[in-house]
Design a protein around this ligand. Sequence first.
Ligand SMILES: CSCCC(=O)/C(O)=C/O
Ligand SMILES: [Fe+2]
Ligand code: NI
Length: 186
Amino acid sequence: MTTLSIFDQSRPEAAHTVTEDPAEIRDLLAAQGVRFEQWPTRELPVDASPEAVLEAYREEVANLKDECGFQTADVISLNPDNPQKEAFRQKFLDEHTHSEDEVRFFVRGQGLFYLHFGNEVYAVLCQKNDLISVPNGTRHWFDMGPEPAFTCIRLFTNPEGWVASFTGEDIAGRLPRYETLAGATG
Ligand SMILES: CSCCC(=O)/C(O)=C/O
Ligand SMILES: [Fe+2]
Ligand code: NI
């Protein structure tokens, strides 16, 4: 189940709020300027190429580009047999920002976004069908877990694609990781 867990950064060991209600998740995220929606997905092979995924979701991608001014889209897809899975996990695991709004649409599997607002961290366990935005400048990180299994369409306004500015803060290491937060549902 898609799950939102909200932590006070001074008490990172336990969330003060946990919800699996999509409408509540949408409203709590909207209050922080984050877009959260659940969109229909299509059946695709686990090993579908990025081109095949983008072709299957051509209309959705075109609509997001029109609506939000995105320039490019790509696909990130990981499976547990990927020999570089630990390096991929590490790439997104420290707190960073981007100088653009980002939108991620999960068309398979799941992954855990952490969004840092003021003294709170919103950990969103995203599942297939979930579309989430990370507003420009939002401190965040992403944990795909030790056995990643997901396909995500990513939209960029920067034609160079994924460019991160790391904050150097250690907060990501103080919050429970995927193994804990996705363990119960994943
Ligand atoms: C869920 S897509 C991979 C992670 C990513 O693109 C990102 O921007 C993390 O911060
Ligand atoms: Fe990001
Ligand atoms: Ni990021």
